[in-house]
Design a protein around this ligand. Structure first.
Ligand code: URA
Length: 234
């Protein structure tokens, strides 16, 4: 509306006997809202079978493009102890089970030898093992943040469904996913953390321990494992 049109309009209102006009303030801009981090959507009475069904033939991130099999998890579904790794490697991608390659063999040895030495009557099938991402990252690269976030929803549901007494995070990717930290394993290992209300121990990833010059890390990983096994099974 130009000035002449406005004048005409006001004259018209005056002729009608309207004496007061009020200018409406424009609506205030929406206040910036604090970021809301929603909990993962875990239906009441969630089960591992239901989570697996929800994963389906997952296409939620780019990792689906080159994967062979989805690697969901394996072991005792009522286990009091859950190990969380990073993501499937070539052997796991081919077979559909976590930690079945060289790193997996070392993990099995670590669990079974430590338990046996410490007089704890458990074998690998007595614990539950899964990964942060369920599909193999190309060339075994570290999962990207969006991949971890999308697949993390399923990891969190697995942990909520099992509700173990403790979790052992294997390596920095698992630690990052569970503890939302940027700290590395060296800093995080050796003491307890929490995922929600569940105690978490962080230790070195078995692939790291396979490198020949990491003898010190090996000794520390055994200490971490002893600690978590005694906490859970004593
Ligand atoms: N490394 C992982 O983090 N997970 C596996 O399942 C195998 C190797």
């Amino acid at each position: 509306m130009n000035v002449d049109e406005l004048r005409q309009r006001l004259t018209f209102y005056r002729d009608l006997g309207v004496k007061d006009l009020y200018k409406m303030n424009p609506k205030p801009a929406a206040e910036p809202q604090p970021e809301v981090i929603l909990p993962s959507i875990a239906p009441a009475g969630d089960t591992l079978a239901r989570i697996l069904e929800d994963i389906g033939d997952c296409r939620r991130c780019r990792l689906c493009e080159q994967r062979g099999k989805i690697v969901f998890g394996s072991g005792n579904e009522q286990s009091r102890l859950v190990f969380v790794g990073e993501g499937p490697g070539a052997d796991e991608d081919a077979q559909g089970f976590p930690f079945v390659g060289r790193a997996g063999q070392l993990l099995t040895q670590m669990i079974e030898n430590t338990a046996s030495k410490e007089g704890i009557p458990i074998r690998r099938p007595d614990v539950y093992i899964c990964n942060v991402v369920k599909c193999r990252p190309p060339e075994n690269r570290t999962p990207l943040p969006d991949e971890m976030e999308i697949c993390g929803e399923f990891l969190f549901r697995q942990l909520m469904a099992i509700r173990p007494k403790a979790i052992c995070a294997l390596g920095s990717t698992a630690a990052k996913a569970l503890l939302a930290t940027k700290d590395g394993v060296t800093r995080l290992r050796g003491h307890w953390h929490k995922w929600r209300d569940i105690p978490v121990i962080v230790t070195y990833h078995p692939s790291y321990l396979l490198r020949p010059y990491n003898q010190n890390a090996k000794r520390e990983a055994w200490e971490d494992l002893k600690k978590v096994l005694h906490f859970v099974y004593d």
